[in-house]
Design a protein around this ligand. Structure first.
Ligand code: FPP
Length: 249
């Protein structure tokens, strides 16, 4: 039985037993496919279904934001075939999401430099943005052509431009003002970052936002990841002693 069983687990956000923001590096699709003698794209397709399941589960247990790393600024280095398959998968997912978002109560938001995506993908993103604006509640942030360093550079350039235009001075910049220039503006930092797939690194994901996040690493490959693994990550999170640089009272 799941730890955060749907019936047993009431109003989890009220007593803050569940992190309000979970972020996930969805890793291991390629190895999952290889072990089955399938093309890497089959691993990504399976991973996309797992994303749906996990997003639904996170919403049900009271998580407010789920941010997933779907395509990094470095992923363009993969074969044309794999990049094409991933882009086709994102298009397929967005077409389906446009039909189901209202029913599923899932708002979608995108972090990343979207200018490099195809016009079709950008149009679909604009449609899901417009639908999302009509709702409140659970929000899934999908990182597309996203890199933590790229995001920080993008924000630094935006701030420099504002200074040149006389709208601010270098000394007026503080952490809150800088956060507002990131792709994640308005979204609280993730308390918990999960990385399936066995690697123990952050791979340029949410570099600014994860400064005080708790990390949970598991060898489970993303296409095998289940709501039970979310429960295990949250259980581990709840045992952590978060001091934010201070000392325990
Ligand atoms: C990393 O695993 C995974 C990716 C680069 C793609 C992640 C994309 C999805 C799970 C599809 C999500 C779709 C939506 C709609 C959000 P890898 O391929 O590097 O795995 P490997 O380390 O085993 O090779």
């Amino acid at each position: 039985m799941l730890f955060f069983n749907r019936k047993a687990h009431k109003a989890p956000t009220a007593d803050r037993t569940v992190p309000q923001h979970i972020a996930i590096i969805m890793d291991g699709n390629g190895r999952w496919a290889k072990r089955r003698g399938l093309p890497r794209s089959a691993g990504h397709a399976a991973g996309s279904e797992v994303f749906r399941t996990i997003a639904t589960y996170c919403r049900e247990i009271g998580v407010k934001y789920l941010t997933v790393y779907a395509f990094s600024t470095e992923n363009w280095r993969r074969s044309e075939e794999e990049v094409g398959a991933l882009m086709a998968l994102f298009e397929k997912y967005l077409h389906e999401a446009i039909e189901t978002m209202a029913k599923d109560h899932i708002r979608l938001h995108f972090f990343g430099d979207l200018s490099r995506l195809s016009p079709t993908l950008r149009e679909l993103i604009a449609k899901t943005d417009a639908i999302s604006e009509q709702y409140e509640g659970f929000q899934a942030n999908i990182c597309l052509n996203y890199g933590g360093r790229d995001e920080i550079l993008h924000a630094a350039r935006a701030f420099a431009r504002q200074c040149v235009e006389g709208k601010c001075t270098p000394d007026s910049l503080d952490e809150a003002a800088f956060s507002d220039l990131l792709y994640s503006a308005g979204v609280p930092d993730p308390e918990l970052v999960i990385r399936p797939g066995g690697e123990k690194r952050t791979s340029n994901f949410l570099m600014w936002q994860s400064a005080y996040s708790e990390f949970y690493f598991t060898d489970v490959l993303w296409p095998d990841f289940t709501p039970h693994d979310i429960d295990k990550a949250i259980e581990s999170f709840l045992r952590r002693d978060r001091r934010f640089g201070g000392v325990k009272a």
